[in-house]
Design a protein around this ligand. Sequence first.
Ligand SMILES: Cc1cc2nc3c(=O)[nH]c(=O)nc-3n(C[C@H](O)[C@H](O)[C@H](O)COP(=O)(O)OP(=O)(O)OC[C@H]3O[C@@H](n4cnc5c(N)ncnc54)[C@H](O)[C@@H]3O)c2cc1C
Length: 430
Amino acid sequence: MTNPEYDVIVVGGGPAGSTAATLVAQAGRSVLQLERRPEPAFKVGESLIPATYDTLERLGLIDQLRASHFPKKYSVQFFSGNGKASSPFYFSETDPSERSQTWQVLRSEFDALMLANAERHGACVRQGAAVKEVLLDGDRALGVRADLGDGEIREIRSRVVMDATGQRAMLARKLGLVRHDENLRMAAIFTHYEGGLRDPGIDEGATLIIQTEGNKAWFWYIPMPEDRVSVGLVGPIDHVIKGRGGDPQATFDAEIQHCPGLLPRLENARQAIDVKVLNDFSYLTERAAGDGWVLVGDAFGFLDPMYSSGILLAFRSAEMAAEATIAALAADDPSAERLGAFEPRLREGMASFRQLVYAFYTPGFNFARFLRRHPEHRLAIVDILVGDVFDRDFGPLFGDLRGFITGRAVTDPPEVGADGATKTGAGATA
Ligand SMILES: Cc1cc2nc3c(=O)[nH]c(=O)nc-3n(C[C@H](O)[C@H](O)[C@H](O)COP(=O)(O)OP(=O)(O)OC[C@H]3O[C@@H](n4cnc5c(N)ncnc54)[C@H](O)[C@@H]3O)c2cc1C
């Protein structure tokens, strides 16, 4: 067997891949990061939550974000199907420092900034470089087979392969490890508008979560740089994709008409780009690591767009996996046990978000009613919305939430679907 050319190959140039590549390179290890797109392009996942601050600071990116044109986000606010607003959840309720604000980002720019940062920290970053497959010897990863942009397919060896391919989840799908969450078979239709109404002052950059009439679906409303706003519809696949003859633009327009909390905000706005569609994006993989490989970000799992937890979880999983990888390389033992040592902690943090997601989708549930009954849990909910979910005990909150929630308990993993189709994964048509 040829000797590994790199300590680590990171497949994917999204937030998870760039975080992992930066940290491993910073530790003095040789890293090759491969991203199939020649340039970062439009992507969904535009709203950060405050706990991303720690990672951005660790990566040395805070000053660039401060100087950017990305709107600042201080809160999230929920609207019920009849248009009634909750009071905003300000992140500063639990922490008055700068850490309690965050940003709404254009992903093309944000991903570019992160890739450049990985390169600056010593990773060899190749864009327009598509990995065709991870080379496996049984369950052990040996490297990748990739087209680096010149049409020639090469084998490149490494001691560890980090899969950061997002919803493509290249390795997990190949190994049959993807498990969909049967409680969350959702789809999304989304676009950008120009001229959407914004609230004044500190609320200008807030994320709004707005339910449609009858609470069958909900919209996100995320202020973007300049005059843009990102608007996305999320709901069960049957309702969003199959419900109105399968025309996404027609469905989107019709749902806006049935959303009194959103309609006035778009009265004088103009749709700026074609709608895009994603479906069946909520899943977890059975395990995060094997011998010589580890999964990070969406390639490990994705929960739901509801609380904008995706990039935070991409960051945290990449940080945990990078630390495990650095330790495994130092011990000359890139085994599944070492590379996946962080997995229980990651799953536990994700489970806290999941409990709030299940609550939101429970018919009849709303935060205002829950908090009227249990005002003592407000700060714990803000902590989860901030993303402060790791190494925390939310037992009292979840105990009381359970009375309001249908679906599984917090620690239950998603089940394997009864038919093989449930393993096939995200059908991105965007
Ligand atoms: C509808 C919806 C709304 C969302 N809204 C939010 C939100 O508001 N806030 C939030 O935080 N998160 C949100 N998310 C989630 C967020 O988009 C993801 O969690 C986040 O992008 C994960 O980062 P990642 O690096 O794991 O994957 P990605 O950002 O998807 O990056 C993966 C990269 O790998 C590359 N790649 C794939 N295959 C290959 C290959 N074979 N070779 C080389 N490169 C490859 C891709 O081109 C891509 O650039 C949303 C998700 C959905 C579905």
